[in-house]
Every structure is written in C-alpha cells, then in structure tokens.
Ligand binder design. Structure first.
Ligand code: SF4
Length: 439
C-alpha cells in the first residue's frame, strides 16, 4: 500500500536546521505526467539550427504532433523515425533504417547544424543504442553537423526532464576551453544563464544586465547551436529553470559555480535573482537599484489588478512541471493566494533552498504522486483553482473545479519583470472565465 512518508530533517539537505521551512512530505503511487518528448516543442523554437529526430512509435509521433499544434512551418525542425512492424519482426535492421533516415534528412536539409536523436520508451527503442548511433553518425557528418542523443522517455520522468536531458547532452559535448587556446575566455569571470528562455525574455534580461554594468553574460541554450558557451572555473551560473539537475551537475563538473537564488518568477524572485548576479560581480546596490527600479515598478503595477481577483483564493497543485514551488511562492507572497497543497514531482533541495526559505511552515509540499490519494485531498481542500496536467484537467473540470494546465506555464514566457503581469493573468483568467460563465 502506498503511504505518505514524512521527510526527516536530516534528509532535507540544504536547509539550515533552524529554518522554518515548509512541511515536505513524500508519497509514491500512480503518477499522471507527460513524457520528456514534450520539451522538443520549446527547445526547437529556441535552438534554431537544430533538428529533433524522435526515434519512437506512432504514439510518440501523435504526441509530438498534437503538442506542437497545427504545423505552420514549411520545413519543421522535428520529426519521428517510427519503429514499425518490419523493425519489430526483425526483417529490417533498425540501425540501418535509422542511418538511412538521417542520411535522407541531412542531404535535404543543409540548414541543420545539430541533430538530436531523441529516445522514447517503447521497448524496441530502448533496445537501440542511440549513443552508439550518434557516435557512428558523427563520424560521417561532423563537423558539418553535430549528432547528439538523449532520452525523452516517459518512464519514471516528468515532462520538463526532456529539457534537462537535452541540455545535459549539449554540455557534455562542449569543447574544453584549454583546447580552444583562448586566453581571454580562460581568465575572465563570466555569467551564464542556464535554462531555455523565450527570446523576448532573454533580450529584456540582457538589457538589465547591461544597465547594471555586466557585459559578459551568455544564455544557454543560445539561439544558434554553433554559438555555445565556454564553461570553465571562471563561469558562475544562474539557473533560470528549476528542473535542470543533470545539466547543472555537468556544468559544475566543468568547474563552474552556481549562484544561489530564487527563480526569476514574479517581482520578488526576479529582484533576488538579479541581486545574486550583482553580489557575485560586486555591482553596487545603487547600480542594481538603478537598473531594476523601472521594470520592477511596471511589474508591481501589472500584478496589482490580478491580486484583487486572486487574494484569499485557494489553490492546489498536482505535480507536473517542477515549476510548482517557485510558482507557489509567487502566488502566495505576491498575490495573496492560499496554498492548500503544492505537489511537485521532485524537490531538488539545493536548487530550491532559497525558494523553500520563502515559504511558511504551514505550506504542505508533496513530493512524488499517488494520484488517487491526491484527488481525495483535493476534494477535501475544495480549492478555487487546480493546477494540473492535461490528463487530469478535463475530469476535474467535469467535477466543477477550475483548472490551469501546468504545461501552459512552460510554453508561455513567464520569467522576468515584464512577464510578471502575464504570469499572474494565467491564474486569474480561468477564474474570470468561470465567473462570466456563471453570470
Ligand atoms: S516516449 Fe513513451 S510516453 Fe512519450 S509518447 Fe512515446 S510512448 Fe508515449
């Protein structure tokens, strides 16, 4: 039988013993999450010379096609190599078939500079060694095209882990700075922002860094797979997304140091995030204040009208995107919402340390999932708004709950000051819609 397992204080590494952090519990059971293939939707928009070739089943092809919506590109930058009956029955050699597909694709598409072979969870695909396939194809196509591989499988993962696996594979492939013979890069302290951000958000953040007097800033991933950062002991990095555990580890293996900060969601999180960069580069509080005062004021004005709608409303999070804890912090502290339960697939204690310190001891964080028990608790809590995956949203709406799809929070630009109002609106809009329907 699955039970709720309280986490002992010794397990909560990263929290000071005297911290009045939230009440973190764990449960294990049936989970309702999307797979990591979903990440391709925002990754292919960001890295504009990359192609994502899913090696999977027809189900994978349908998922990726429907998650991407209507295909508007004349030349899409993702596709599926479908493992079909011939492969299953052993008539065809799956490796030969894959090489054939890659050759056809790269002959036709000279714009592709990085090809990701993305594994999936059907057992026939798991048997294929995509790392070896990438090595083989690199011999043929590198340096014109770099071939990387990662898994987007839905077994024991949640959908944002697709981005983590993809970025982690890129970091692993980055050339060592000593091989670049580039003394400028080797000696200068520089800031790296890690996590996929919409271009508009990246541009806004870059403007603020420049206003602070910080010029040596790079974003990873960049818009072009051929301009990837040099990572070494002079790199300090700020996470822009809370779901990048493997990427972060690989970056630190190259000598970089993470700056502890809350995530740049809402006014408070974004201010503290820029402040962490300012402290690391010895930028004065006055220079920081000058750079962020105007955008912070705009953000405060933008969220004020949503606060009127959201204040004292109860919200319940089912675990899905791994953004739940920073979002809960924003919604409770800046918009006055009441947190009934914050479900999260995994709690990375170190990366979320600053966030957890901002949540009160009464906040229940549930790590993992036992969906039936969680549905019972949701019913008891009777929230005004439920944040959940697509699979749960329709049945919950049918029962009269107002829901917000968590996947929308990854597809929409929500980071930084100028997006704070839009982020608040993502939560107020379903309540407004419900009021209008009821009127
Ligand atoms: S990777 Fe697995 S979970 Fe994802 S679409 Fe393919 S079969 Fe389904």
């Amino acid at each position: 039988m699955n039970t709720v397992i309280p986490i002992h204080s010794s397990q909560r590494a990263g929290l000071a013993p005297q911290s009045l952090g939230p009440n973190i519990q764990q449960e294990r059971g049936q989970r309702e999450v999307f797979c990591g293939l979903t990440g391709i939707i925002w990754l292919h928009r960001k890295i504009q010379d990359a192609f994502f070739l899913v090696v999977g089943s027809r189900t994978c092809a349908h998922l990726i096609q429907s998650a991407a919506g209507v295909m508007i590109f004349a030349e899409p930058r993702f596709g599926t190599a479908i493992i079909d009956d011939r492969d299953l029955s052993g008539i065809a050699d799956a490796n030969e078939e894959l090489d054939k597909v890659v050759n056809q694709l790269l002959r036709r598409r000279k714009d592709i500079k990085t090809l990701f072979l993305v594994g999936s969870c059907p057992s026939e695909v798991i048997k294929l060694d995509l790392a070896r396939a990438a090595q083989r194809l690199n011999k043929q196509f590198n340096p014109n095209v770099k071939v990387l591989n990662y898994s987007g499988s839905g077994i024991e993962t949640t959908f944002t882990q697709g981005e983590d696996a993809c970025l982690s594979s890129i970091v692993e492939s980055l050339v060592s700075p000593t091989l670049l013979n580039d003394t400028i890069h080797q000696d200068r302290k520089k800031l790296l922002i890690v996590g996929t951000l919409a271009d508009v958000v990246e541009d806004q953040m870059m403007r603020i860094f420049k206003d602070m007097g910080l010029e040596d800033v790079e974003f990873f991933p960049g818009r072009n797979s051929q301009q990837m950062p040099v990572i070494d002991k002079n790199t300090v990095y700020l996470l822009a997304q809370p779901f990048l555990a493997d990427t972060s580890k690989r970056i630190e293996d190259k000598g970089a140091t993470r700056l502890a900060a809350p995530f740049p969601l809402g006014v408070e999180g974004t201010s503290a995030w820029f402040e962490a960069a300012a402290n690391a580069f010895e930028i004065s509080p006055q220079a920081l204040e000058k750079a962020i005062a105007a955008p912070r004021q705009r953000a405060n004005t933008a969220i004020a009208r949503h606060r009127k709608l959201l204040e004292n409303k109860k919200i319940f999070f089912f675990p899905d995107s791994q953004l739940e804890i920073p979002l809960a912090r924003f919604l409770s502290r800046e918009l006055g919402m009441q947190l009934t339960e914050v479900g999260v697939p995994y709690v990375h204690r170190q990366h979320l340390d600053q966030e957890l310190k901002l949540l009160g001891p009464e906040t229940l964080i549930m790590e993992g999932q036992h969906v039936e028990q969680q549905l019972d608790r949701c019913e008891q809590a009777n929230p005004d708004l439920v944040v959940c995956g697509l699979g749960l949203a329709n049945p919950l709406e049918a029962k009269g709950y107002t829901t917000k799809w968590s996947i929308e929070l990854v597809f929409t630009p929500i980071q930084g000051f100028d997006q704070a109002g839009d982020l608040a609106e993502l939560f107020s809009r379903p309540l407004v819609r419900k009021e209008k329907i009821a009127a």
